[in-house]
Ligand binder design. Structure first.
Ligand code: PMP
Ligand code: GLN
Length: 378
């Protein structure tokens, strides 16, 4: 059979988690917490199941959850989305992004991705029949290079995928970045897929600059987020898309034949839980403390810290430790040191010659301390 994705193997996240398990290494590779969610969230889902919320919900998602999402977007970013026509609940951000691309990309269309970027974007664009237009972020700061984005825009550009806070680099787009993007797209038909799954993990008093804050961007954006990240439940796979009604209508045409809808009791539980803003408002301080603990320990190793303004990822340059290429270094680090990481190269940008790997610090303090103890041997 001719492969639809001939260049693709098993994802690096799966491979590194398996290797970590095989060598009983501390797994700071794949991004997921090693602690549990708030028991109140589990109680809310349990109550929903016992109350009989166990059959198909509406195709677009449980109304109470869509309303809670709309209320949050209004409160935080000042944009009033219509919960009925502009919010759709998805099976995590992964399905949201794929469905969005399937809905908007026609064969031969180009979609710009800013590399390094999350690994699903490019294969999703290919499967949608589009062409991936790869534009590098600045190789040192990992910030958007608007001159290069401008140069990549053309007649065939259907969309650009952006991601702030950024996986893997931890950079956060500024107000000036968002304004520059809005100005660049003015007068074009280019859509924006704005991957904001780490929206509630922005540190040092910075603000998350959602596309929803910028009317000119909101009008052309499908904004994607994920409860998995915000509420420490990556295995639940529930997220959402917020987009203007016309875009949402196209999104839902595909969504209804893709998953049709998303599991009911989780949606009811999340709806109840989302009414209280404290859990997501407390999240920056929660992760900033972990970031600081982890960075303080790493500063005592020969690994060079890169900035981390948001997300639960910390990147380091290991060139003082090893000459190995990134993936080989991650293998070595897992086997010989006992700590798993993810190579930056897995996020694309083949012309980079840096030696950078990503650690996930969404871990219990004892896990981070154990990893730091092992990394101290470098
Ligand atoms: N986008 C980014 C940038 C991510 O890091 C992730 C999670 N690794 C996803 C999308 C997918 O999120 P979900 O688990 O909700 O599908
Ligand atoms: N988003 C997670 C990460 O970047 C992993 C998701 C996955 O395993 N595909 O580590």
């Amino acid at each position: 059979l001719a492969s639809r994705l001939p260049d693709v193997g098993t994802t690096i996240f799966t491979r590194m988690s398996a290797l970590a398990q095989q060598h009983q290494a501390v797994n700071l590779g794949q991004g997921f917490p090693d602690f549990d969610c708030d028991p109140a969230l589990i109680d809310a889902v349990d109550a929903a199941m016992r109350a009989g919320h166990n059959q198909y919900p509406m195709m677009s998602g449980v109304p109470a959850l869509r309303e809670a999402v709309a209320a949050k977007l209004q409160r935080l970013y000042g944009h009033a989305y219509d919960a009925g026509r502009e919010i759709t609940i998805t099976a995590g951000a992964t399905q949201a992004i794929f469905t969005a691309l399937l809905a908007i990309v026609h064969p031969g269309d180009e979609v710009i991705v800013l590399e390094p970027c999350y690994d699903s974007y490019a294969p999703n664009i290919q499967l949608a029949g589009g062409r991936v237009r790869r534009v590098p972020l600045d190789p040192h700061s990992f910030r958007p290079d608007f001159a290069r984005i401008r140069a990549a825009l053309g007649e065939r550009t259907r969309a650009i995928v952006i991601n702030t806070p950024h996986n893997p680099s931890g950079t956060v787009w500024s107000d000036a970045d968002m304004r520059a993007l809005a100005a660049l797209l003015e007068g074009t038909q280019v859509l924006v897929i704005s991957d904001e799954v780490y929206e509630h993990m922005v540190f040092d008093g910075q603000l998350h600059q959602s596309a929803a804050r910028y009317p000119a961007l909101a009008a052309r954006s499908l904004i994607v987020s994920s409860f998995g990240k915000t509420y420490h439940v990556t295995g639940w796979k529930v997220g959402y898309v917020a987009a203007p009604a016309a875009l949402t209508a196209e999104f839902r045409k595909v969504h209804q034949y893709n998953v049709f809808t998303v599991n009911t009791p989780m949606q009811h539980g999340l709806a109840r839980y989302l009414d209280d803003p404290r859990p997501y408002l407390d999240l920056p301080a929660f992760y900033q403390r972990k970031r600081d603990l982890f960075r303080a320990g790493l500063a005592r190793t020969p690994l060079r810290l890169l900035p981390c303004e948001g997300t639960y990822f910390q990147c380091v340059d290991y060139s003082a430790v090893s000459e190995l290429p990134e993936e080989a270094f991650c293998d070595w680090l897992t086997r010989e040191i006992g700590v798993a990481a993810i190579p930056m190269a897995a996020f694309g940008g083949a012309d980079r010659h840096e030696r950078v790997v990503r650690f996930c610090f969404a871990k219990r303090d004892e896990t981070l301390n154990k990893a730091l103890e092992l990394l101290a041997r470098l």
